[in-house]
Design a protein around this ligand. Structure first.
Ligand SMILES: Nc1ncnc2c1ncn2[C@@H]1O[C@H](COP(=O)(O)OP(=O)(O)O)[C@@H](O)[C@H]1O
Ligand SMILES: [Mg+2]
Length: 508
């Protein structure tokens, strides 16, 4: 069916069109050409009415409605169409742009469903369904899992727009393929995912395995407290690390400083007392988090499973140390295993297959404005992970605060609604330039709608993500419902106390 014509000035990447109806942004169209059919994406769409062009007051506007209704030529529908490439090439997964721009007057038509399916829902190994095209709801949106593990993924959107839902969906798909996923669960969102043999655990820190600076962070010694940090560095000896009684040995070492009559050590005495208190206090406060007897934290992560590391009980600094620790170890283990695979060895490795690691609240761990150890390791994985089969998924509602270096290393993105302009700029600079027009649409998306760009699809696309029903924790709580329920419960409580009183009376 003829939809319209190319008009104005065309480029090999871009045409304007006049159409017979308003085209929705995100719709795919076909543009004829001598070299073959070209696929285009509606990036902007506008309608104007001649009758309303110079309307100056209410009465004129009112008359214009009648004129507009009678005059068939009153409306002008204009669409800006980005050229995605030759249809035949796109079906095979690569995009070739025409050398010659489409000539004005060229027909615009709609692609058929089978044509779109070949591009957006390839039935190939490793491609999984995550929803449907937003403007062509009958077409499945499939993504290439291999590409996110090898080239990383960024999921960016405001709170409540469906980031965790997409993480859950991808995780479930990987679980079905027996892949290994690790999620650093900041808000305790993923523990209720229904995945067989899901491995849920509290992320704990083994203080023996930290360096002195990291220990200082998890004990929450203040940033500027240099003398306290010095005391801790002196006390945290190899013997402490290896001692059976980790904490008491550490305290002993601090006591040695406290009790020393050495002139130089005497200067540290006040701070040493403080460190002693901090260590004692931390053992109680962080009993569930710091565990010198837990062994190697990495040994609790299971290959071929979904691993949920609950970090919701950790302070921001502790979470940072924990995330850095896991990232460092995962990279090292995958590196060893990959290098060994190329040589000959009988060594058995913990992880013999690729891993996908997901970091929620990525702006906390990979911040733009200061260095953290988690950021150091995340950046390293972003750069090197591909070689060793260690994929990174970063999830955030504040892309403007994420380190741009790391963000730009993400080979694919799912972007949902975001209204902050700084966030949009940051996303535009991190994503490939061909998708910028599409990204400008992100203010108009609804919950669960996403723009997919990068290597995990054949083409940038606008999709609606499937909802994972069992994931209920991220939903907004209704205060009104909760109040009503609480009030009802109060009624029950009163009744039951009355019951008790009566029973008591009877007993008397
Ligand atoms: N694809 C979707 N389709 C329909 N509803 C969704 C979708 N994604 C999310 N939601 C709804 O929005 C709520 C918040 O989603 P969530 O994934 O927790 O957002 P975020 O992680 O971005 O804050 C969910 O509990 C769910 O009810
Ligand atoms: Mg979330």
């Amino acid at each position: 069916m003829r939809l319209g014509f190319v008009i104005g000035e065309s480029k090999p990447t871009f045409v304007n069109a006049i159409t017979s109806r308003a085209l929705p942004v995100g719709e795919y169209v076909k543009i004829g050409s001598d070299e073959g059919e070209i696929l285009g994406l509606v990036e902007r769409s506008s309608v104007s009415s001649a009758a309303f062009a110079d309307v100056k007051n209410f009465d004129e506007a009112s008359e214009s409605t009648e004129i507009a209704e009678i005059n068939k030529r009153d409306k002008t529908y204009v669409a800006d169409i980005g050229i995605l490439g030759f249809l035949e090439d796109l079906k095979r997964g690569h995009s070739t742009l025409p050398a010659i721009p489409p000539i004005p007057g060229t027909e615009i038509t709609l692609p058929s469903d089978p044509e779109l399916e070949e591009i957006f829902s390839p039935k190939r190994k490793g491609w999984v369904n995550i929803g449907s095209l937003l403007r062509n709801k009958t077409i499945d949106a499939r993504i290439n899992l291999d590409k996110i593990v090898s080239r990383h993924l960024g999921i960016l959107a405001m709170t409540g727009m469906g980031k965790s839902n997409l993480v859950s969906l991808i995780t479930k798909q990987i679980a079905e393929l027996k892949g290994t996923v690790i999620i650093f669960d900041y808000h305790n969102d993923y523990t209720s995912l229904s995945i067989p043999q899901i491995n849920v655990m509290d992320a704990k820190i083994n203080p023996r395995r930290l360096d002195a600076d990291q220990l200082s962070e998890v004990l929450e010694i203040r940033d500027g407290a240099n003398v306290q940090q010095r005391v801790l560095r002196m006390a945290f000896t190899k013997q402490v690390r290896e001692s059976k009684e980790f904490w008491s040995k550490l305290e002993n070492e601090v006591d040695i400083i406290i009790n020393s009559e050495d002139r130089r050590l005497k200067e540290l005495r006040t701070s040493a007392y403080r460190v002693r208190d901090i260590i004692e206090d931390a053992q109680k406060r962080f009993e569930d988090i710091l565990d010198p007897d837990m062994g190697d934290p990495i040994s609790f992560i299971k290959e071929s499973r979904t691993n949920i590391l609950n970090i919701s009980e950790l302070s921001e600094k502790q979470a940072n140390v924990a995330v850095a620790f896991y990232l460092q170890r995962l990279l090292r283990d995958r590196k060893d295993a990959s290098i060994a695979r190329h040589g000959k060895t009988d060594r058995v490795f913990r992880f013999n297959s690729p891993i996908f690691v997901i970091i929620e609240e990525a702006h906390v761990f990979i911040p733009k404005d200061h260095d953290t150890s988690a950021k150091y390791w995340a950046a390293k994985i972003a750069r090197e992970g591909r070689k060793f089969g260690l994929g990174l998924g970063i999830v955030s509602q504040r892309p403007r605060s994420i380190d741009l270096n790391v963000l730009s290393q993400m080979g694919s993105f799912a972007i949902m609604k975001i209204i902050q302009e700084d966030d949009q700029h940051q996303i535009a600079s991190a994503a490939e330039s061909t998708s910028r027009e599409l990204i400008s649409q992100i203010t108009s998306l609804n919950i669960g709608d996403a723009i997919l760009v990068g290597q995990w699809t054949n083409l940038p696309s606008l999709v609606h993500i499937k909802e994972v029903k069992e994931k209920v924790t991220g939903a907004d709580q209704s205060a009104v419902d909760a109040w009503a329920k609480a009030d009802k419960m109060k009624g029950v409580a009163v009744e039951s106390t009355q019951g008790l009183i009566q029973k008591d009376l009877l007993l008397d």
